[in-house]
Design a binder for this molecule. Sequence first.
Ligand code: ADP
Ligand code: ASP
Ligand code: MG
Length: 415
Amino acid sequence: MALIVQKFGGTSVADPEKIKNVAKRVLSKKRDGNQVVVVLSAMSGETNRLTDFALAMQDIPDAREMDVLLSSGEQVTISLFAMAVKAMGGECVSFLGDQVKIETDSSHTRARIENIDSDRILGELNSDKIVVVAGFQGVAENGDITTLGRGGSDTTAVALAAALKADACEIFTDVEGVYTTDPNMCSSAIKIDKISYDEMLELASLGAKVLDIRSVTFAKQYNVPVHVRSTFTETEGTWVVKEDKDMEGKVVSGVTYNKNEARITISGVPDQPGIATKIFTPISDADIIVDMIIQNQDTGNGMTDMTFTVIRSDYQRTLKLLESVVKETGATGGIHGSDSITKISIVGVGMRNHSGIATTMFSILSREGINISMISTSEIKVSCIIEEKYTELAVRALHDAFELGKDSLPEEETL
Ligand code: ADP
Ligand code: ASP
Ligand code: MG
């Protein structure tokens, strides 16, 4: 008998009919002789709807109350699901995060799972029930409800699979797996059968929202095989597993984009020890996350520029914070930036052993007339910041040029 964790995303449980279909699918897995733990998201659009309500109350909603509010979305779907299973003759029990002790730290709206007490779930499984757990939520040490950040139900599922030592974690969604790029943006994208944890970590961190990055971190740490697949078909999806030899065959395995960042430059700051601290301390004190950072070489006048990116919703707040930094550092060029940028990236473990991949990326973007304003690289990825309006063009051009799609031409013909 296998123990399987199955997670269904918002589009899979978008209305009562869809919840019944999910219940049918889960019951059939159970009747095949498996123990099944189900993790559900809120109905699609619900978390956004609740967020809008909160914003109508407070410009920056109180984080503790936000968690009380947002966690309600998943409470609706798990209870309806349990009723649907019972109506079909199955045994099922639903649990909120604090009932099965998904213990987190106390960082409201972006809490981290610290521990899961699996005894209660195992007890219910052993009495032959399907267990359904609310995704995206947990409980802090003081008993307060916490949430894990947007997309966090994937993380609940993989963390539960790790705690229960499940045989696999299945992530059911609205596409048939992890693709070479977003299949909703590029119709020639193809499904990847098997991908390593490391590649998936890069894809997820660079914008492929099909899996939440923290879920991949858990999967890698506890060696949980993750199967990403469609709720609406029986087709085999993508396995996210430990790296093996045949994965190195492809130099580039995916193209991602992230429209959730903004770029800021502070110009003409004195090129002296301590300048980076002066710029970034107020930003980190305000709990703002900085992603890419580039500091220019001193051009001879003892001055330099610092360019970096932040999450787009923190753009205005960061600009405000920097006003006092400009005064303190005497930055002569002031602050400028843009919140209509995209980070476009290519990812592949094969890049470790190949040169010239970044150059190919730059030449493709230049052939399309797309300007690059920032570049960052790691062992298995290259990222460029471009104007947001070119996102689709860039994704398709790179996807074609690296021969990732079903319709792509050989590289010589496209370059
Ligand atoms: P769920 O609500 O099931 O959690 P999400 O909307 O979070 O689903 O994630 C699925 C979406 O991820 C797809 O509809 C697709 O548009 C998007 N996506 C982005 N990049 C990729 C990729 N490389 N492969 C598959 N889907 C991707
Ligand atoms: N409902 C939450 C969200 O929309 C969590 C999730 O669906 O994973 O972000
Ligand atoms: Mg998701």
